[in-house]
Design a protein around this ligand. Structure first.
Ligand code: MG
Length: 161
């Protein structure tokens, strides 16, 4: 059986923090605010994976009231999600994603992000796609107030392979 999961996340851009997306530090004058590093791409992928495996979402797995996850690198949380998905009896077949950011330009970082995500989940880089888009200046994302991400994950049952 093939399962699909969808994930969405958004964090506010603020000064004085480094910008982490897909587990990669991206040079920028602002970073994402969050209990963890605010990596909206990792968070959306984590929720897509958890959803496909019918597991409780990222807010349940890593509560933002838990000091243990304060300042956590989300790529490490994603690694734990990969472990949970495997434990639930699924292989990760494919992840597609899109980051919605007016700035910075993310094209030069696609490859590094895909590599970091694939590494965290112990899958091939060919099975992770990261893209980016803008809202053409519209709304809060267009005003550079935050960075959002959406992801879709495909899982298959380990027993069926
Ligand atoms: Mg989040």
């Amino acid at each position: 059986m093939v399962r699909f999961g969808i994930g969405f996340d958004c964090h506010r851009l603020v000064g004085g923090r480094k910008l982490m997306l897909g587990g990669v530090e991206i040079p920028h004058d602002q970073g994402l605010l969050g209990h963890s590093d605010g990596d909206s791409l990792c968070h959306s992928i984590a929720d897509a994976l958890l959803g496909a495996a019918h597991l409780p979402d990222i807010g349940h797995q890593f509560p933002d009231t838990d000091e243990q996850f304060l300042g956590a690198y989300s790529i490490d949380l994603l690694k734990e999600v990969g472990r949970l998905v495997g434990e639930a009896g699924f292989d990760i077949d494919y992840i597609d994603s899109v980051v919605i950011a007016e700035a910075p330009k993310l094209g030069p970082h696609y490859s590094a992000m895909q590599s970091a995500i694939a590494d965290a989940l112990s899958i091939s880089e060919q099975c992770v796609c990261v893209k980016a888009s803008t809202t053409e200046g519209l709304g809060f994302l267009g005003a550079k107030e935050g960075i959002a991400a959406m992801a879709v994950a495909t899982l298959s049952n380990i027993e069926r392979k």
